[in-house]
Design a protein around this ligand. Structure first.
Ligand code: GDP
Length: 284
């Protein structure tokens, strides 16, 4: 989905989420397990402060399991409820309801004491684009719902999707914009495919990715591209990968765009295995 985040669009997105919040008991905030802080909306804490929330570390299958564990401890220490999830396969899905019940126990007990009949938990999924919101809604709804997209001029009533007997989910998620200000955050979002390639320079993204791999996953970098050693400088590293992959044009000129593209493509398609792009405690 190509979303242009102009100030007016951001204000509208915020308004839409705020409207939906009035209808629900709990927010499921989807983040990308590979970059759990960079894939959060910068204003989310303020926007949903009135509602209980569970952070779902989605795409956990693509993240480094060891680092995901560290993130779960990180959120736990902060008193934030968080769960790992793979919305595509459904792994982790079964943990959402029990945790939701724990989080909402006090509220529902209070309602019951007032004589309100027990009802399903009403939930809203929120996240930045591409984090897996539709995938999760479809999974929970156990069917493929047609994507309606934007229909200008048509006021659509909120639709609820039943998830078993105990959860009702708003069928359209809350979409909020990602962080834009910090270039490093931008590169992380780009290399994982959260933002469009055209927003940032392809070669810059690849340079970020190679430096990241060099530092954090040197053996996988070597294995994948058949390198004996990793050159210290970034240009020779590019050149070696280009040579191995036939991205050298006549006259020995390296096609840096092609090389950048293949590096990014292979990271995104998990050819270098599951990767986590940030760890708790690092500056972001
Ligand atoms: P939305 O924009 O937040 O609604 O994101 P989508 O649900 O459209 O998902 C974006 C892409 O991520 C799609 O290609 C999904 O198949 C993929 N995806 C979503 N969840 C997962 C997951 O848990 N694991 C993996 N590997 N891919 C996922």
């Amino acid at each position: 989905m190509a979303i242009q985040w102009f100030p007016g669009h951001m204000a509208k997105a915020r308004r839409q989420v705020t409207e939906k919040l009035k209808l629900i008991d709990i927010v499921y905030e989807l983040v990308d397990a590979r970059l759990p802080l960079s894939s959060r909306n910068p204003m989310i804490d303020e926007i949903v402060s009135s509602k209980p929330r569970i952070i779902l570390l989605n795409k956990a299958d693509m993240a480094d399991a060891r680092v995901t564990k560290e993130w779960l401890s990180y959120f736990k220490e902060k008193g934030i409820h968080a769960l790992p999830l793979d919305a595509q396969s459904g792994k982790g899905l079964k943990d959402i309801l029990p945790l939701s019940k724990i989080v909402l126990k006090e509220k529902f007990d209070r309602l019951e004491a007032k004589g309100v009949r027990p009802r399903a938990i009403r939930a809203l999924i929120i996240g930045i684009p591409n984090v897996g919101k539709s995938t999760l809604i479809n999974r929970l709804a156990k069917k493929n719902m047609a994507k309606t997209g934007d229909r200008p001029g048509v006021t659509t009533a909120q639709q609820w999707v039943k998830v078993g007997k105990e959860i009702e989910l708003l069928d359209t998620p809350g979409i909020l914009w990602p962080k834009f200000e910090d270039p490093l955050v931008g590169y992380k979002l780009a290399v994982t495919g959260a933002i469009k390639d055209t927003i940032l320079n392809l070669q810059d993204i690849a340079v970020y990715a190679l430096n990241f791999l060099k530092e954090n996953y040197p053996d996988r970098l070597k294995d994948r591209f058949g390198l004996e050693d990793i050159p210290d400088e970034i240009v020779p590293l590019f050149d070696e990968i280009a040579e191995r992959r036939g991205a050298v044009m006549s006259g020995g000129i390296v096609d840096y765009d092609k090389t950048s593209e293949l590096i990014i493509r292979e990271i995104r398609s998990e050819k270098l295995g599951p990767l986590s792009f940030e760890k708790p405690g690092e500056e972001i």
